[in-house]
Design a protein around this ligand. Structure first.
Ligand code: NAD
Length: 261
């Protein structure tokens, strides 16, 4: 087991990639704090954990990763329950309304940057302070995107937020390396989750299905298939484990080869 008795806080742990990470971490022996803004997502995740990884010690905490009071509360609840923290996975994120910048409402920009990037600042700060207080280091893994390396039209706020995570990761990794805190991020490609399915439906007004879009994308994915949360979870598990002791400040693609730089 790669994460035996490690305490991991996973934001956006209620569904999609975050839930996939929770299930994999559970199978690797971790104790979990799942944070999500949607109680229904948390309840479904807890039910799936009970079915597929019974006995996993976990708490679920409803909160908004972009609100500093919520962030303090879910870190406090995690430490109160488990006595420590070993791993933070900054996974919660949202898309932006698919619009060109020339008509993008200011609130859409602000909300995307707050949920996707400010959250990484708030949660990483809280986690690093806890790691330093405990001594012995810690792991932070954030979920950026291939959209943080290559620009996609109509997704400008999203791309900017994800590029921000990559440089946050590099700079913060250097700041906290002396405390043995490793900070890395992952850059998923096209992953089959409710976020992506919902985004396609919204952008096309329901006229186009996920399967149709996936079909047109397949020629751009050398490994010939879309990804699943379990694919991303494998990489995050590796980065959270002792296997990645000598890695920090990295932004690793997990995209079937769709993104290569
Ligand atoms: N699906 C993809 O193709 C893809 C590709 C690259 C990167 N990503 C990134 O992966 C991460 C997870 O995405 P997903 O596809 O699993 O999405 P998802 O919508 O399926 O799951 C995200 C979860 O985060 C929660 N969440 C949203 N806003 C929150 C907030 N303010 N506070 C707390 N929780 C909040 C949602 O309720 C949801 O349960 C995101 O950061 C996303 O940008 C996804």
């Amino acid at each position: 087991m790669l994460l035996k008795d490690r305490v991991a806080l996973i934001t956006g742990g209620g569904r999609g990639i975050g839930r996939g990470v929770a299930l994999r971490f559970a199978h690797e022996g971790a104790k979990l704090a799942l944070v999500d803004i949607e109680q229904a997502h948390l309840d479904e995740a807890a039910a799936q954990l009970a079915r597929e990884a019974p006995g996993t010690e976990h708490i679920i905490v409803r909160g908004d990763v972009s609100a500093s009071a919520d962030v303090q509360r879910f870190f406090d609840e995690t430490v109160a329950r488990f006595g420590r923290l070993d791993v933070l996975v900054n996974n919660a994120g949202i898309g932006n309304p698919p619009l060109p910048i020339i008509t993008m409402p200011e609130e859409a920009w602000d909300r995307t940057l707050a949920v996707n990037l400010k959250s990484v600042f708030l949660c990483s700060k809280a986690a690093a302070n806890q790691f330093i207080k405990q001594g012995g280091g810690g792991r932070i893994v954030s979920v950026a995107s291939q959209a943080g390396k290559t620009g996609y039209p109509m997704l400008t706020p999203y791309c900017a937020s994800k590029a921000g995570i990559i440089l946050f990761t590099q700079a913060f990794a250097k700041e906290v390396a002396a405390h043995r805190i490793n900070v890395n991020c992952v850059c998923p490609g096209t992953i089959d989750t409710p976020l992506l399915r919902g985004g396609i439906e919204t952008a096309s007004g329901g006229a186009v299905t996920f399967e149709q879009v996936a079909g047109t994308l397949l020629p751009t994915i050398p490994l010939g298939r879309v990804g699943y949360p379990a694919d991303v979870a494998k990489l995050i598990t590796f980065l959270a484990s002792d296997e990645a002791d000598y890695m920090t400040g990295q932004a690793i693609n997990i995209s079937g080869g769709q993104e290569m730089h």
